[in-house]
Design a protein around this ligand. Sequence first.
Ligand code: HEM
Length: 396
Amino acid sequence: MDAPRLPFPRASVLEISPWYTGLADRSALVRVRTPAGDPAWLVTRYAEAKQLWADPLLGRSHPSPEQASRVSDAGVMAGPLNEFDTEQAHHAIFRRLLTPAFSARRMNDLATLITTLVRESIEEMTGGAEHGTADLQRHVSMPLPVFVICRLLGVPFADRYYFKDLSARLATLAGEDPGIAYAELREYVGRIAEAKRTDPGEDLISDLVAAQQEYPGYLTGEQLTGIVAGLLFAGHETTLNAISYGTLALLSNPAAKQRLIAHPETVDEVVEEILRLNASGGIGILRYAHADIEVGEQLIRRGEAVILYSALVDRDPRAYPDAERFAPSKRASTHLGFGHGGYFCIGASLARLELRGVFGQLFRRLPTLTLAAAPEELTPRDERLTGGIERLPVSW
Ligand code: HEM
C-alpha cells in the first residue's frame, strides 16, 4: 500500500484525524509521506514516542541535509535545522543561556503580571457590557502570550502592540515575505540589546548581552535575533492555541466546565488535560536519525525522518483509559504536550502559569460564557505551521 500523505483530514478542530487511529492500530511506527511528498516514520503510540523523544540519536539536523525529507519547500522548520557536527554543542549552550530566564524567581515575578493581564484582557473583551459576543482569541489568547514574552525578554512594555504585530507578521506563511519582518526584528533587537549593555535589567536580552563576552564566537547579533525569533515562534502561537483550544474544550464539555467552577482548586488538572488533548493542528515535530535506531522490531535507518506528534500519542488508549475524552483528573500530568528529554519545552512552567491564569479567572468572571459558533464551523488556520483556528466567537 502507498504510504498515506500528511496532513490527514479532520472533522473538527477539537479532534485529530480519525485516520491516525487506524494507523496506530496497525503499528507503533508507520511509513507516511510529508506534505512535500517525502518519506517519514510517523510514531503512533505513547511509549515509543517517549522513548524516541529522549533518544539523543534523533536530532533536528541531518547528516546530509540535501538528501533529507522535507515537510514543505518553504517556511521555517520545514526541513533540517542547524549543522550536524555542532548541533549538540550549540544546543547545550542554547539551553544554558535560556534557563535562567525561566527560573522560579522570574516566574514568580511574571505570575502577578499574568493575573493582571488576564483580568485586563477579559475586561477589554467585554467592554464592561453585561452581555455580548466577541472573538476571545483576538482579545485574550493572542495578546497574553506575546505581552508576557515582552516582559521575559525585557522589551519595553510600551512597545508591546508593535511587538505583537511583528510577531504575527513573522508567523504567517502567506502574505508578506517573513524576511522583511525578520530584518525589522533584527534591527529592533539590536537597538534593545545596545540599551541593555549600559542599562541591564532582570530579563533575557540583558542575560544574553552579558553572555556575549563568554561566548564571543557564538552570540553574534544575528544569533541574538535568532534566539528572540525562536522564542516568539516557540512561545507565542503554541500558548495562543492552547488557550483557544482549552476554552473550546471546556465550553464543549459542560461537566468539565461545571467541575472547574465548583472546584477552582482543580485548575491544574484542567490545564494538564488541555495540554494532553490540545489538537491545534500541524503535523508534529520533525527529527532525523543520526544513526540506526531500533524501536521494537522496527529499524529506523540513519538519515530517515521521524515525526513526533503529541496530540496523537497522548490519545493512545494503551497509555490512558478513555483516552479521547476531555476529563480532567490527575492522570494527564504524564502527557507529552511539552515533548520529553533533551528538548523538553523550556517555557513549560511559563505556559502553565499563563493557562492557570486564564482558566483560573475566565469562568469565574464570565460564568455564562458559551460558544457563539459550533466547533465544526470554526476555520482552521492551515497556513500556520502551528495550526490553530482563525477566531473563537463567544457570548456571555
Ligand atoms: C502551551 C504552550 C506550549 C507548548 C504546547 C509548547 C510545546 C513545546 C514542545 C512540544 C517542545 C519540544 C520541541 C521538540 O521536541 O523539538 C517545545 C520546545 C520549546 N519551547 Fe515550548 N511550548 C509552549 C510554550 C512555550 C513558551 C511560553 C516558551 C517561551 C516563552 C517556549 C519555549 C520553548 C523553547 C525555547 C523550546 C526549544 C527547546 C530546545 O530546543 O531545547 N514554549 N515546546
